[in-house]
Design a protein around this ligand. Structure first.
Ligand SMILES: [Zn+2]
Ligand SMILES: [Zn+2]
Length: 158
């Protein structure tokens, strides 16, 4: 009884073996035909649809690639750079005078800020004074009569 049970794997192997010469012959016939009449390659549905499918895959791949290119978020650094900036700060406490940099959103103007050296709320927006007296040192410009001046040499800031 057990021997009469259909063994599917064996059956399949047998079918393939039986069909293999036929398939091979058909394939070689098709190949021969195509050699004589090359347009037959295109006439073969499998080749035609295979080509369509391949073209479709390429198009879809291209689309998703373009979409990724457009929607890829900027690196975290670039995002931070685009919305914030470095602000030079000078501690106005005479015994401290610490110069430091803070990173805040563009347009930040909420001075004074806390000085990391003396922990006082004495950090003022700083600029380099390029006068011959100050020679590029960091100063916290003071506003007098509506203009910004260097507190050390009195030079005007644009
Ligand atoms: Zn300080
Ligand atoms: Zn100056």
């Amino acid at each position: 009884m057990a021997e009469e049970k259909p063994n599917r794997l064996t059956d399949l192997v047998l079918i393939v073996r039986e069909q293999a010469p036929v398939l091979r012959r058909r394939l070689s016939e098709w190949f021969e035909n195509c050699k004589e009449e090359p347009y037959l390659i295109w006439e073969t549905a499998a080749v035609r649809y295979g080509t369509y499918a391949f073209a479709a895959i390429i198009v879809l791949w291209g689309c998703s690639f373009a979409k990724n290119m457009l929607s890829t978020p900027l690196p975290a650094d670039a995002q931070a750079l685009s919305s914030t900036g470095d602000f030079p700060v000078l501690c106005s406490d005479e015994s401290c005078g610490q110069h430091f940099i803070i990173n805040r959103a563009f347009g930040f103007d909420d001075f004074p800020v806390t000085c990391p050296q003396c922990q006082q709320l004495s950090g003022q927006a700083a600029r380099r004074c390029m006068s011959s007296t100050c020679n590029g040192q960091w100063v916290a410009p003071v506003e007098t009569d509506g203009v910004m001046r260097c507190p050390d040499c009195g030079a005007l800031f644009p």
